[in-house]
Ligand binder design. Structure first.
Ligand code: GLU
Length: 360
């Protein structure tokens, strides 16, 4: 089987300090992607940089546009600039690339999701490299992804990638303040390791929206779905080639959990933002769900139901005792039917195990 890798390139890798596109850097990354492509790797690029690239093209008077409008405007210009650059750079290697612009909505229904997946499968089948970005011109406020790290996790899961490489301008996740000389890069994170959020830098780069916190959250989530995730410095020469061939370079590797997850469960796993309600469960149901057996959620284990949902909507499963989310799934009941069935025996599952994703 061919190795399929999602490569997320952050704005801070692609832009210089003055905000201009760093074409030398882009070119170095495209050279590496081209080499991997020629060696049979299937590469999907998730590239930021549209808003940053657009900002340097227009001088807008301070206060003339609000934050959202200026972001939309910059994205329209910057995305065109960005994709033109990619096109030219790949063209020099006789490789064709194509643009995929996604919005959060495109992942909200299974149908949209499959359309999007199909589009990228066709591109890959025809040796076209997908260059994915959020459609920043129309994605605003709650319709936006947290950042492109979130989008890259969705794409890696959707496309069944073997690896997700998140390239930033930092060597990886540090065990302290990266500017402190005693801090070092955490080289490996195992799916069973305890969360280490307390040492993660809250500071964000000026060029993009993401930060180490979302990178960590996404990396944990995606690695728990069985995909290795690597956070590395995209400005280090040859980094991508080293990572693709598993060379031992400085970076943070989130090792993949050994579990096979169906396509539909991967979609459900990333559907938190589309959940229409919450189902609270008792200790017995929690124990059954967290056992490693494939189990469904039955009405007998439900304590209460919140929200207004229909059958086939996405709902979160919450542990009634702790208030923590332990699973997410596609419900077979409406909220009314679920409420009526609470505590009852001999009923069909509220969520069948095939449509239930248990968080680790
Ligand atoms: N989609 C945004 C852009 O291309 C970047 C979002 C992010 O920084 O993660 O400018």
């Amino acid at each position: 089987m061919k190795e399929r890798i999602a490569v997320k390139i952050g704005s801070n890798v692609l832009t210089r300090k003055d905000g201009m596109l760093d074409v030398t850097q882009m070119s170095a990354l495209v050279d590496q992607i081209a080499e991997l492509h020629k060696n049979g790797y299937e590469i999907i690029v998730i590239s930021s940089g549209a808003v940053a690239a657009g900002k340097t093209e227009l001088k807008i008077k301070e206060g003339k546009l609000d934050r959202i409008s200026s972001r939309q405007l910059y994205a329209t210009i910057g995305q065109a600039k960005l994709i033109n650059r990619y096109y030219d750079l790949f063209h020099q290697h006789k490789i064709v690339c194509g643009q995929v612009l996604a919005t959060k909505e495109d992942f909200s229904t299974r149908r949209h999701y499959l359309n999007q997946r199909n589009c990228m499968e066709i591109m890959i089948d025809n040796m076209v490299i997908p260059i994915v970005n959020e459609n920043d011109a129309v994605s605003i406020n709650e319709l936006m992804f947290t950042d492109n790290d979130e989008l890259s996790g969705l794409v890696a899961a959707m496309m069944d990638c073997t690896k997700l490489i998140i390239l930033s301008n930092i060597n990886g996740l540090y065990n302290g303040d990266p500017s402190d000389s005693v801090s070092t890069v955490i080289r490996e994170i195992h799916p069973d390791d305890k969360p280490i959020t307390n040492i993660i830098q809250k500071k964000k780069s000026s060029a993009g929206r993401g930060g180490m916190q979302t990178k960590y959250n996404i990396a944990r989530k995606v690695s728990e779905e069985g995909i290795e995730v690597i956070i590395a410095n995209g400005r280090t020469p040859g980094m991508l080639l080293s990572l693709a061939t598993d060379e031992d370079v400085v970076c943070t590797r989130f090792l993949a959990a050994q579990r096979e997850i169906s396509s539909i469960k991967k979609w459900i796993a990333h559907s938190d933002g589309y959940a229409k309600g919450e189902i609270y469960i008792n200790a017995g149901a929690k124990e059954v769900l967290l056992s490693n057996n494939a189990t469904s959620l039955l009405p007998v284990g439900v304590v209460s139901v919140k929200g207004d949902f229909e059958a086939d909507d996405i709902v979160k499963i919450i542990d009634d005792e702790t208030g923590l989310q332990i699973a997410i799934g596609k419900t077979a009941y409406s909220s009314k039917q679920a409420a009526d069935a609470i505590g009852k025996n001999n009923k069909k599952p509220i969520i069948h195990c095939d449509y239930l994703y248990i968080e680790k």
